[in-house]
Design a protein around this ligand. Structure first.
Ligand SMILES: Nc1ncnc2c1ncn2[C@@H]1O[C@H](COP(=O)(O)OP(=O)(O)OP(=O)(O)O)[C@@H](O)[C@H]1O
Ligand SMILES: Cc1cn([C@H]2C[C@H](O)[C@@H](COP(=O)(O)O)O2)c(=O)[nH]c1=O
Length: 212
């Protein structure tokens, strides 16, 4: 596969989606076809699974069921969208991928890194992003952003206790340490314009030999 695979990771409210939207038109000008997608979701059936997982009324979904649903959606997404785009030489940028499972289900839900990593390996046949931007932010600041701007559309995970979100962030920090070549940490507490500039600089520098 000669495409480029990039994932964006971080706690809820870190700003990944805002940054991705802002980067896209700029990256598209650099002469490579970009596929922007997200997890859970990215194809018709996976988007249906997304609705099931994130629905705050679905209180009977336990931690293991949640993990299996995320991983099933990932397999669908990978097969139908990510792999074909990478095979066609495109740049794929995904808002969340395997590291979300490890941070949220492995650390946040205490299912453990080993089981979650094994399932991901099974579902993805070991495919990992070439680059992962990790948007790091204090849990309270991120949760405040969500409460302030998105209070009417909080999903089942957003509504979890602060303690779970703290475990997720701690998990991310451990994951990042283990693969220093794949991860670049972005300071997501900066003003949005700066976070966009910093993220673009990492991608253009690494894959286009430019820093603007
Ligand atoms: N750097 C920033 N400074 C202040 N507000 C921000 C910043 N980045 C994003 N926001 C705001 O915070 C909210 C959450 O941002 P966004 O949805 O992009 O985060 P996210 O990481 O995609 O979150 P989630 O994973 O929960 O969907 C939005 O209302 C957005 O406008
Ligand atoms: C892929 C994936 C996601 N999650 C969580 C992370 C978020 O709380 C939601 C997705 O909502 P977003 O607004 O699109 O960020 O799902 C998870 O727990 N495990 C995963 O594998």
């Amino acid at each position: 596969m000669n495409g480029i695979f990039i994932s964006l990771e971080g706690p809820d409210g870190a700003g990944k989606t805002s940054v991705l939207e802002a980067m896209l038109p700029k990256l598209e000008k650099l002469n490579r076809e970009i596929v922007s997608t997200r997890e859970p979701g990215g194809n018709r059936v996976a988007e249906e699974i997304r609705q099931i997982i994130l629905n705050p009324e679905h209180k009977e979904i336990d931690a293991k069921t949640e993990l299996l649903l995320f991983v099933a959606a990932r397999r669908l997404h990978l097969q139908s969208k990510i792999i074909p785009a990478l095979e066609a030489g495109k740049m794929v940028i995904v808002d969340r991928f395997i590291d979300s499972s490890v941070a949220y289900q492995g650390f946040g839900r205490d299912l453990g890194v080993a089981a979650v990593s094994w399932l991901n390996q099974f579902a993805t046949d070991g495919l990992k992003p070439d680059l992962t931007l990790y948007f790091d932010i204090d849990t309270d600041v991120a949760l405040e952003r969500i409460r302030k701007y998105r209070s009417n559309e909080m999903n089942r995970l957003d509504l979890e206790q602060a303690e779970m979100h703290q475990k997720v962030r701690k998990g991310y920090l451990e994951i990042v340490k283990k693969e220093p070549d794949r991860f670049v940490t972005i300071d997501a507490s900066k003003p949005l314009e700066n976070v966009i500039t910093d993220s673009l600089a990492v991608i253009t520098d690494r894959f286009f030999g430019l820093s603007k």
